[in-house]
Each structure stands twice: as structure tokens, then as C-alpha cells.
Design a protein around this ligand. Structure first.
Ligand code: IVH
Length: 704
């Protein structure tokens, strides 16, 4: 309680005392699950601290328990270099390979005795936390293993991660601890239920939800989503001892959440017993796990076993097989996605699978469906892997039970656009064969299949509602027009209400608002939407060309075309021959450009965009800065740079006619390498004899 008579010195002492106390209560509540005070008492102390901190802004501490709530400030993620690369683990689904691992370790240690620490493999995303003087100073995602994103502001909101370690602990002055950020099932279910209600797209699994959340620019969103973290790897000079398990025990004493389900074992049989136990029991855990991790316990032995190029020789991950269940197929419905891809979805009798009731499963595409040779009433095997949506993996030889004994298959919650192909229900596995649809179930167009693609598509991208929505979403997306204040839900809403029919209509929204005042665009939200629509008129031509949604014209092709032709008019009137002359433009893209502009609906759409003032040609500056010094070259960027960011180098490569590619192959012209180039990349480049160029050499090559 604030005592008005407290002196500033007392207040400072009280702030420090409250912080310390609240850190300890947080730990008891979130890590030990054993609070010693009531929620009300906790809130009371928290309020006292908040009030005192408000009176003493000079004592601000980002690690204060009051900062767990996050802020609405945008945090841009800085890329930072890992002090030690974050490697991943070798994976196996196979028990023999676990035995082989055991043997390799034993041979590598020349028969010396060793212990293995068996741990659960948490299914989230890995994080590296840095502590100095007991304070959390930095949290970094894995990224590419060499460098990751600094997500400290977001990580501070995760209650089970200590911001300040209790005074007097035997923690080293500086250390790093790695672990997994997760979204517990309870938070995941709550989040998806909220999203369903708000008509927002659902997260496929807790891992995606955790990773989407941790990358949120708004740390108060992170705070609300209930993330959790388990720590499983302690690194640094002064860590307590030679045992990995014992070090984690120490970390647990310092206040970190460490799994209580780790076991130290000395025989392969014990490893298998651990695997068997958790394969079954993991479904009762509050968080998703997808296997177990086996680590040699002694750090000295780890060191002597060493690493391969990608992963340590002293550890392996054994992944659990996805769970399967058996049920009866009742019908197949065909859904049309926003790209036009048609996905067959099975409706089945409800069945319990990995802790939830399942009644729908994806059949992926026509080929998968054909290979399963499905009939109404077939007994089918359903599997749930990492994804929330289960899949049918095969048929079971057993006949189906008579219909009377089955639960009645209920209709699926209707997606935005799907048509149920009502099929007779026989229940014996001898029902009608189920063919793939030939016509779009939404608009009736004949479906097409593009070469090399598994899916059938509805080609009616200017007339079929899900495709029109897909095109609008693409148009407003970040790399296109970046109208970021409009989410897919608002777009759907406007479309359903007939306010917009295509992306160009977005630019008539301000007018519509003036005239009819009927959009929900009042206030701050409305002003933001209108401002970002207006702002998008400045987006450079190459992105406009990408945004209009010519099939197969991705970001890179759009840049190439924009650079080559310089204006929309020239692209629109380009001939097939001229298009095919361009490096990087093949028949598929060229044909697609021709057919896009051959369609009067598309031409009219582009003209309307021009009318609204969008950029239809490349800017003067850009024209001058361009050259073709890197024409036809494929360049890989790797490492960390001093003069420019990676994105800037990417832009420079493109400005000079080169192509930035992701991985090294025999076709790579050279690697633009900064500091700490990934070891795997380096090895590959050397093996293929590909030139490695540093940034100064590169800049002088392009004349900068
Ligand atoms: S140890 C060098 N322990 O699995 C060893 N990783 O495929 C570093 N993971 O990137 C990792 N649970 O994100 C370790 N108990 C555990 C783990 C674990 C989950 C993740 C981690 C890592 C990936 C490896």
C-alpha cells in the first residue's frame, strides 16, 4: 500500500522489495504451480508497485514484473548474431536408429561408460535467452541458426521466464539458456475459439500459434495469448558442472521452468522404456510434444563426440509416430480455396483421435483420393500428425459396423464456400465410388490442372467469389500494396455486403463513405484504413505489377518485368517473343502475362487502378540507379554485413539485373558473404568451387 508519508528513499527501497517479491510469486505461480498468496493479494501488490513506478519514472526497469503486460508499441525485430550457432538435431522415427545412435556414442567414447539424459521433445519454437548479472537482457529466435530475431520485448511477457533471478543464487554472471516457447493446449483452444467467433483464420497447431504470436509486433498481444516456455540447454563459461542434467537442476533452482520429466539412464532398454511410456502418456500433458530427445549427459563426453556439419553427435531426436484411428467414411465435400485450388474433404463418423473428436479429414487432392480408391461406407484410417487437420491415410480391411450402430455423421461447420456432394450412405464399404468433381462446386467452371501441380483449380479468377477474395487479399498483402490495416475478415465483410467487388473498389471506399456513410470506418480504425489505402498509391510500380495478381508472376518475376519494360503499358502490350527473351521469364510466366492482358476484365481493372493514381511506371531515380552488371547471375547472400542490411543487398542485386537465390547449387554465380557465413553453406560453396565475395568486393563490382 502506498504510504503518502514515505520518503523518496523509502519508496525506492519499497519498489525494489516489491519487484523482488512479485518475481518470487510469479515463479511460484507459473513455474511451481504452487502459489502462496491469493490472486487478489498478488494484484494488490502489483498495483502498489505500478503506482510507485508511475511516481518514479527514473527507476524504470524493463524487467520489472509490471512490464509483463507488454505494450502496443510496434517492436521491429533486429537481426542478431548468435554467440554460438543454434544447431538442430538429427531426427529419427525408427527404433533401430536409436540403437544405432547408442552404439555410435559408445564407439565414439571408446567403450567408456556414459549416461543419457532422456527428455521430452517440445513442439514449439526454440529460443535463446541471455542473462547478465541475473537479469534477462536478450531473447533471440533460432532464425537460420546463425542469426535470429531479437524478440526480447515479447519474451518478457511470458510469465514463466524469469526476468530477474533471485539474489544470492549460484548463477554465473553471464550465461545463455535455450529452450522452447510453447502455446499450451488450453491457451491454444481458447485462442482458436476466439478467432472462430471473430471469423478469423484458425491456427493449425500450437506450434504455429506460438510462432505467430512470438513474432507479433505488439507485445500486449503476446501477453494475452498465454505462451509458456521450457528450458533445456544451459551454455556459457561458468555453468555449474559437467552434467547436463545437473546443470538443468541448477537452472530450475534459479527459477527457470525445466521439465520434471527428464530421466538419466544408463542402458538402451531404459531409453526404450522412456520412449514407450511417453508415446502414450504425452497426450495427458498440457503442452504439445512430438518425440523425445536423447542427450549424452557429460559435457566432456559431448565435447569429445563433437558435431557433424548440421547437428551434434551427442544427441538425437526420436519422433513419435502420428496417432491413428479407424472410422467410417460417409461423404466427400469439395472446398474451393482462395487460390482456386479444390480440396476434397471427407466427412466421417466421429472418432476419438489424440485427445479430440474427429469427424472431418483432408484428402489433399485428386491423386491422393484416387490412390485411396474410396467408396462411401469404407472403413478408413485417420491420422493426426503435427497438424490439427487430420488426414485419411488408408483403408482398413475390417468391414464397417451397420449404420444403426454408428453415430450419425453430422454436417461439417460450413466453410465459406463449399458444396456438399450428397452421396448415398450404405455403410458397408460397398457404396458408390467417389469421383473427383469436374466442375467448380461454387461457380460451375470446368476445373483445370496446371502442369506439375497436384491440385485442380477453378480458373474463373475474375468471377468465382473465393478466388476474387483471394485476389483482393493478395493485392493488400505486405509485399504487394501493403494495405495492412485491412485484414482478410474486413475484406470478406465488405465483399459480402457488396461494398467491394474487386481490389480496385478499395480506392472508392473513401467516396462511398462520404456519400453513404455506411462503412464501419468511423473513428481511429476508419482513419487508419483510409490512410493506408491512400498511402498505397505511392507503392512502386514493380509491386503494383505483383499486386494485380497475374498467375505465376511472383515478386521476383514482377521485378524483372518492371525493370525490363519500365511501365504497365509496355508489359501489357509485350509479345510472347519479347517476353521469352528475358532472363528468368519462361514459357509459363510469359503465357500467363499474355493471357492476363488478353482478358478485358483485367485490362479494365488495371485502367481503374491507373485512374485512382497508382504507380504505373518505374520511378526516375530507379531508372537511373539501374544497370545490368549482374545480368543473368544467381547470387546467394549469407552471413552478417557491415555496410548494408541483407534486404538492401537483395535490392542492389536486383537493381543491377541479378537474381538473389536462397540456396547454393551448381548454378550459383557467387556467394555474397558477410561475417559468420553458415558452415553448411560455406562447405557446399567450397565443394562446388563457387566464388565467395565479400561486401567490399561486391560493392566495387557494381560501382558503389
Ligand atoms: S536440445 C544442440 N532439447 O527440437 C541441441 N531440443 O530438432 C539443441 N526441442 O531446435 C536442442 N525439445 O527447438 C533440445 N528437450 C529438447 C527439445 C528440443 C524440443 C526442439 C528444438 C530444436 C529441435 C531439434
Amino acid at each position: 500500500m502506498i504510504n503518502d508519508l514515505m520518503s523518496p528513499v523509502d519508496e525506492k527501497a519499497r519498489i525494489l522489495q516489491l519487484r523482488d517479491e512479485l518475481h518470487r510469486h510469479n515463479y511460484r505461480y507459473y513455474v511451481e504451480n504452487a502459489p502462496v498468496i491469493s490472486d487478489q493479494e498478488f494484484d494488490f501488490l502489483m498495483h502498489e508497485l505500478q503506482d510507485l513506478e508511475a511516481r518514479h519514472p527514473e527507476l524504470f526497469d524493463p524487467n520489472s514484473p509490471t512490464q509483463r503486460v507488454g505494450s502496443d508499441l510496434n517492436n521491429e525485430f533486429q537481426t542478431v548474431l548468435h554467440s554460438r550457432p543454434m544447431l538442430s538435431l538429427g531426427n529419427t522415427y525408427n527404433r533401430q536408429e536409436v540403437a544405432d545412435f547408442w552404439q555410435r556414442v559408445s564407439d565414439g567414447l571408446m567403450g567408456a561408460p556414459f549416461q543419457i539424459c532422456c527428455e521430452l521433445k517440445f513442439d514449439g519454437l526454440s529460443i535463446s535467452l541471455h542473462y547478465e548479472d541475473g537479469k534477462l537482457v536478450r531473447a533471440v529466435t533460432r532464425g537460420d541458426g546463425v542469426q535470429g530475431d531479437d524478440v526480447t520485448a515479447n519474451v518478457r511477457t511470458i510469465q514463466s521466464i524469469p526476468l530477474q533471478l533471485p539474489a544470492g543464487g549460484d548463477w554465473p554472471r553471464e550465461f545463455e539458456i535455450r529452450g522452447e516457447v510453447l502455446m499450451p493446449w488450453s491457451s491454444f483452444d481458447r485462442l482458436n475459439a476466439e478467432r472462430e467467433k471473430a471469423d478469423e483464420p484458425l491456427f493449425a497447431n500450437p506450434r504455429n500459434a506460438a510462432s505467430g504470436t512470438l513474432k507479433s509486433k505488439n507485445s500486449s498481444t503476446v501477453a494475452q495469448r498465454g505462451l509458456d516456455a521450457y528450458l533445456y540447454y544451459l551454455l556459457g563459461e561458468g555453468i555449474p558442472g559437467d552434467g547436463h542434467y545437473q546443470n538443468l537442476e541448477a537452472a530450475a533452482r534459479w527459477g527457470f521452468q525445466v521439465s520434471k520429466n527428464m530421466r538419466l539412464v544408463s542402458t538402451l532398454d531404459e531409453v526404450f522404456a522412456y520412449i514407450d511410456y511417453w508415446d502414450e502418456k504425452r497426450h495427458g500433458l498440457p503442452v504439445a510434444t512430438d518425440g523425445v530427445v536423447l542427450k549424452v549427459n557429460s559435457l566432456a563426453q559431448q565435447k569429445s563426440l563433437g558435431m557433424t556439419a548440421k547437428s551434434p553427435r551427442w544427441a538425437i531426436a526420436y519422433k513419435f509416430q502420428a496417432e491413428q484411428a479407424e472410422t467410417t467414411l460417409r461423404q466427400v465435400v469439395f472446398q474451393v480455396g482462395r487460390t482456386g485450388a479444390v480440396t476434397p474433404v471427407a466427412n466421417m463418423d466421429p472418432v476419438q483421435l489424440a485427445g479430440t473428436q474427429v469427424r472431418r479429414a483432408t484428402l489433399h487432392n485428386a491423386d491422393v483420393m484416387a490412390s485411396l480408391d474410396l467408396h462411401v461406407g469404407d472403413r478408413v484410417l485417420v491420422e493426426k500428425g503435427g497438424e490439427i487437420i487430420p488426414k485419411i491415410v488408408g483403408k482398413s480391411p475390417l468391414p464397417a459396423p451397420p449404420l444403426g450402430e454408428c453415430h450419425k455423421a453430422t454436417a461439417p461447420t460450413s466453410p465459406l464456400f463449399s458444396v456438399n456432394e450428397a452421396l448415398p450412405q450404405r455403410g458397408s464399404g460397398e457404396g458408390a465410388a467417389i469421383p473427383f468433381v469436374e466442375f467448380c462446386p461454387v461457380c460451375g467452371s470446368k476445373l483445370v490442372r496446371y502442369e506439375g501441380e497436384a491440385a485442380y483449380y477453378c480458373p474463373n479468377d475474375t468471377g468465382c467469389p473465393p478466388l476474387i477474395l483471394g485476389r483482393i487479399e493478395h493485392f493488400i498483402s505486405r509485399k504487394a500494396m501493403n494495405i495492412n490495416s485491412l485484414g482478410p475478415e474486413t475484406v470478406d465483410d465488405y465483399y459480402r455486403r457488396g461494398l467491394i467487388h474487386d481490389a480496385a473498389d478499395l480506392y472508392s471506399l473513401p467516396l462511398l463513405l462520404q456519400r453513404k456513410g455506411e462503412l464501419p470506418l468511423e473513428g481511429k480504425e476508419g482513419a487508419k484504413i483510409l490512410a493506408s489505402i491512400e498511402e498505397s498509391k505511392k507503392v512502386p510500380f514493380e509491386r503494383v505489377l505483383y499486386a494485380i495478381g497475374i498467375r505465376f508472376v511472383g515478386e521476383i518475376a514482377a521485378k524483372t518485368l518492371a525493370r525490363y519494360y519500365g511501365s504497365m503499358d509496355k508489359v501489357a502490350s509485350a509479345t510472347l517473343d519479347s517476353l521469352l527473351q528475358i532472363n528468368g521469364i519462361g514459357e509459363v510466366i510469359a503465357g500467363s502475362v499474355i493471357s492476363y492482358f488478353a482478358n478485358p476484365i483485367n485490362r479494365a481493372f488495371v485502367e481503374r487502378l491507373r485512374g485512382y493514381g497508382l504507380q504505373m511506371e518505374i520511378g526516375e531515380q530507379q531508372k537511373q540507379a539501374q544497370s545490368d552488371k549482374l545480368e543473368g547471375q544467381s547470387i546467394v547472400i549469407s552471413g552478417v554485413f557491415g555496410h548494408h542490411s541483407r534486404d538492401e543487398y537483395k535490392a542492389l542485386i536486383e537493381q543491377h539485373g541479378g537474381k538473389n537465390v536462397g540456396s547454393i547449387s551448381a548454378k550459383t554465380s557467387f556467394v555474397l558473404a558477410g561475417d559468420n557465413m553458415g558452415p553448411a553453406k560455406l562447405e557446399k560453396a567450397q565443394k562446388l568451387g563457387i566464388r565467395i565475395m565479400n561486401e567490399d568486393e561486391f560493392l566495387s563490382l557494381i560501382g558503389h
